[in-house]
Design a protein. Structure first.
Length: 582
């Protein structure tokens, strides 16, 4: 007799999911048992609950859906950080939590005896996940399980957000009918036709319109339609960092002068910064903007049409509900080709100033460029003789590191680039993408260490090879993911960028360190690990260290040639090095 867990696994398999991520426990054991007996399905047991979340997040970005299951309470609460990032970055992962039984809850309420991993409240996990998911439910009756599973999957697939489903553990392993029929994933139509007419009219009336391509374009599979709109309306366009490679990015500016680059916040290319400030209409399709975008987007706000999360925001109008897929289809249909004289590439020129717009001086860049509030000013370095100082002087620079990573002899169509949140994210934004859909990052949530766990999830489908580029601070958050990669023979390449610091925090709080001779802030200094020995202890066979361009070339070539498991490149970067432009 099939179980509720079997029902879930079969439904997941119907939607291109072939792996269950997680850490087994009694609460969720039926899920692992069901995944293990399902033909063509895999169980990916990670080395931590947070890693399971990061891996499921990345798998969903590649495959369009994922499923993860860990222990109630002690596991799920560790998972929340990954789920929160998946929520804001539109990654449809399904959290299946085997919960306490109704009898467990009754005994706790009436007798004061806590069930396993309980906080003393009957539904603590349910309450915890509700703010971070688009669907968060627990069935009232065992017979409700199939319909509740279907409802959760429909929300995940149509809204591109994570969902949470808590099923009492006795019901999760209890009998359940097999799935029947298919899920109705149709999205209701609204006023998309009229909204599209308004938007197209405003674009054609604008002198300098600009299109910002966001992550929802990728999540809903709208790239070809958006590219058609760009050609028909002759639009200059850019992409957010989160949405990199959603559309084909030209290798050379002459290939498509309309492409102005990656909007990675205030450090975007100057032509793009100028285009945003000078534009008389900015159309944002499915883009999520964070604090790093604020300085430029606040300037453009009164003339921005923003489409995201099921709403269209048009200046001077009440936000209107609309599905982005129907709206993009209408925009494409109504975007009639411009007259022949206007079809020359880049016919709408962007005026490039010799310097930044005066408005930039009104806002302190560091107030918007990270997780610090505007009340944080430059901090004096303090002496603390008990804290080791960052000793790295003669080593690689960020520019040398990324020049070799981006070299045509190394970075090719076989890779998915997964940079972490660290100083190198600015360099990663400048890499030439070798193909479409080959870039994954925690660009908005900015959870350090995400890239290493994401490398696990991105490798499982076997479609592209993960190239993880992670700062040493982020790597130290989740190094045990190397064990998972070695266990399953995942051929990821992990570049650990070792500068001995929480470099991003040092830059945000006391940037003068990078140009002077002062000591770093004592609390930004990292413990120096033996990364090569650590990797070997976890079963990684290919490990190399590099502190010069020549040794880096050799290490990257060896890592690329290693296809039977993970490869580690320990890249030692000078502690005072900064990427170009910072």
């Amino acid at each position: 007799m099939p179980t509720a867990a079997d029902y879930i696994i079969e439904r997941m398999a119907q939607h291109n999911v072939e792996a269950l991520f997680g850490v087994p426990a009694v609460y969720c054991a039926p899920m692992f048992a069901a995944a293990a007996r399902a033909r063509g399905f895999r169980t990916i047991v990670t080395a931590s609950d947070l890693e399971a979340g990061y891996a499921a997040d990345a798998y969903a970005r590649v495959r369009g859906l994922s499923v993860v299951s860990v222990a109630y309470g002690v596991g799920t609460l560790s998972l929340i950080n990954a789920v929160a990032g998946a929520y804001i970055e539109r990654s449809p992962m399904v959290v299946i939590n085997g919960g306490p039984t109704d009898a467990n809850i009754q005994i706790q309420t009436e007798k004061g005896i806590l069930f396993s991993h309980s906080m003393g409240r009957p539904h603590s996990d349910l309450e915890a996940f509700r703010p971070f998911t688009a669907f968060c439910e627990r069935p009232a009756r065992q017979t409700d399980v199939p319909s509740l599973v279907d409802r959760a999957l429909v929300v995940a697939l149509t809204r591109k957000h994570p969902v949470y489903l808590e099923i009492p553990q006795d019901w999760l392993g209890g009998s359940c009918p097999r799935p029947s029929g298919t899920l109705d994933l149709s999205i209701p139509h609204g006023a998309e036709q009229a909204i599209a007419a308004t938007i197209v009219g405003q674009i054609k009336a604008a002198r300098k319109p600009l299109l910002m391509v966001g992550i929802e374009v990728q999540r809903f599979g709208l790239a070809s339609s958006v590219m058609s709109i760009i050609r028909k309306l002759d639009l200059n366009w850019a992409t957010t960092l989160l949405a990199r490679s959603t559309l084909p990015e030209p290798a050379r500016p002459s290939d498509d002068p309309r492409f102005l680059g990656v909007f990675n916040g205030n450090h975007a290319p100057k032509p793009l910064r100028d285009a945003i400030t000078q534009s008389d209409l900015l159309l944002s399709l499915g883009a999520v903007f964070g604090s790093g975008h604020a300085r430029l987007m606040l300037v453009a706000h009164p003339r921005t049409i923003r489409v995201w999360d099921g709403l269209v925001h048009i200046p001077m109008q009440t936000p209107q509900p609309a599905s982005i897929d129907h709206l993009v289809a209408e925009l494409d249909r109504q975007a009639l080709t411009l007259p022949l004289a206007a079809q020359a590439l880049n016919s709408r020129e962007v005026e490039v100033d010799t310097g930044d717009s005066e408005v930039f001086s009104a806002i302190d860049e560091r107030a918007w460029d990270g997780d610090r509030g505007s009340d944080i000013g430059p901090l004096e370095n303090t002496e603390d003789r008990d804290v080791p100082r960052a000793p790295i002087a003669n080593a690689l620079t960020y520019d040398e590191l990324f020049a070799e990573i981006g070299a045509k002899t190394f970075l090719d169509r076989s890779f998915t680039v997964i940079p972490d949140t660290f100083l190198g994210i600015y360099s990663a934004a400048k890499l030439k993408m070798p193909s479409q859909n080959c870039f994954i990052s925690s660009a908005i949530w900015a959870s350090i260490g995400h890239s290493v766990g994401a490398g696990v999830g991105a490798a499982i489908p076997g479609e592209k090879r993960p190239l993880v580029v992670c700062g040493d601070g982020g790597f130290q958050m989740i190094p045990q993911a190397l064990s998972t990669m070695a266990r399953y023979g995942l051929n990821a390449v992990i570049v650990i960028v070792d500068n001995g610091l929480y470099g991003y925090e040092q830059y945000l709080l006391a940037p003068g360190y990078y140009s002077g001779s002062s000591q770093p802030l004592p609390y930004t200094v990292l413990s120096r690990w033996q990364y090569e020995s650590l990797a070997r202890s976890m079963g990684v066979g290919m490990v190399a260290s590099a502190d010069t361009v020549a040794s880096l070339k050799k290490a990257l070539a060896a890592a690329k040639a290693n296809v039977n498991g993970p490869a580690i490149v320990h890249a030692i970067v000078g502690s005072r090095s900064l990427p170009a432009g910072l």
